[in-house]
Ligand binder design. Structure first.
Ligand code: GLU
Length: 346
């Protein structure tokens, strides 16, 4: 009896020692694996913490976006080994909007090489609002960045194909492959934006005047508008993000969408310009490359590990979903999944 008791004591001591060792050596330092329970709890905690959060307002410069239920709140994580974790509303679709810009950019890099974007669009952050015309004027159409409207419309114009249909079909199938299913177009959003996007049309014409538009400007703007109206739910977005996390291969369907070399060029642009003119604050706080859209979605990913997405339509002044930013920040802190957390060598 006594010996047994002593053995339990030794076992306990041993377990405590292991715990202390792990805690000391892993702690909040760079982690590369999480249990299913940790992912689920982190999503649930963020949902509970922010479910009544009402800060911000729907985008209304595209009339149809103002009609989206502002309470919509969905969260998802898709790991690079294909596990899917969700919380909140996972079935309602919103228009992908600016998040689309990263996938179109990736496809151009994949098909035409990384210099195409570097030389014909530019990758430095403009530091200006996403539909800035001044940003074009300052550099005569150069250095306009694929993740804000001028650079994004130019990037869409660079997609392979000689006709509107060829370019559009290539974009659509690429997005389907990233999501792992056939996505639909939110027709009312597309029509609503097409009827009110005179500013984007002007941007495309101005770039054309500087010979920085690589297809008919009106058609390129229309394809871009349609790409922004692709409808996604939060699981689609997290899968698309996880495809980047997984070096360009969809972790669920296992289909290679783009190469890992392409993804390596996408990551820095997302890290420096993914959240409009608040991109610096984002990477400062979260450490993950991300991209937002005025439809209310934000994606982010930890290269090699997982993709995460949150949909919540109320935006801040920069155009980023307030609740999605807060949720992802919370989840990353809870998981200790900031890739810049590096424990010094002992
Ligand atoms: N389609 C929107 C526009 O061009 C996208 C803006 C966004 O999500 O930032 O204004």
């Amino acid at each position: 009896m006594k010996a047994e008791f002593r053995n339990h004591g030794i076992l306990k001591l041993f377990l405590v020692a292991i715990f202390l060792f792990l805690n000391n050596n892993v702690g909040l330092a760079q982690r590369k694996s999480w249990t299913d329970a940790e992912f689920k709890t982190a999503l649930k905690n963020a949902y509970e913490k922010f479910k009544d959060y009402k800060e911000g307002a729907n985008a209304n410069y595209i009339p149809e976006l103002d009609k989206v239920d502002p309470e919509l709140f969905g969260l998802a994580i898709v790991t690079t080994d294909g596990k899917i974790f969700t919380e909140g509303n996972i079935s309602t679709e919103v228009s992908i909007q600016s998040i689309s810009k990263v996938f179109t950019m990736a496809k151009v890099i994949e098909d035409s090489g990384s210099d195409e974007i570097l030389e014909k669009v530019g990758v430095d952050a403009t530091g200006m609002v996403f539909n800035s015309i001044i940003a074009i004027e300052l550099n005569q159409g150069k250095e306009i960045n694929p993740l804000v409207n001028p650079g994004a419309i130019a990037t869409t114009s660079l997609i392979n194909g000689d006709t509107y249909e060829e370019k559009w079909n290539l974009i659509k199938t690429t997005f389907d492959d990233f999501a792992g299913r056939k996505l639909n177009i939110d027709q009312p959003v597309y029509e609503s934006e097409a009827a009110t996007n005179q500013r984007n049309q002007a941007i495309a014409m101005l770039l054309n005047a500087y010979e920085r538009m690589y297809f008919d400007p009106a058609e390129a703007t229309d394809i871009y508008t349609k790409q922004c109206a692709i409808a996604v739910n939060v699981k689609d977005l997290a899968t698309m993000a996880s495809t980047f996390a997984n070096g360009g291969t969809n972790p669920v369907t296992k289909k290679k969408v783009v190469s890992y070399q392409t993804v390596a060029h996408v990551i820095p642009v997302m890290a420096t310009a993914g959240l409009y003119d608040d991109s610096g604050q984002w990477i400062y706080n979260v450490g993950l490359p991300g991209k937002s859209g005025v439809g209310g979605g934000i994606i982010a990913f930890y290269p090699g590990q997982f993709g995460i997405a949150v949909i919540s339509p109320r935006l801040d002044a920069a155009g980023n979903s307030v609740r999605a930013q807060e949720s992802i920040k919370n989840i990353v802190a809870e998981l200790g999944s900031n890739p810049f957390y590096v424990q010094p060598r002992k």
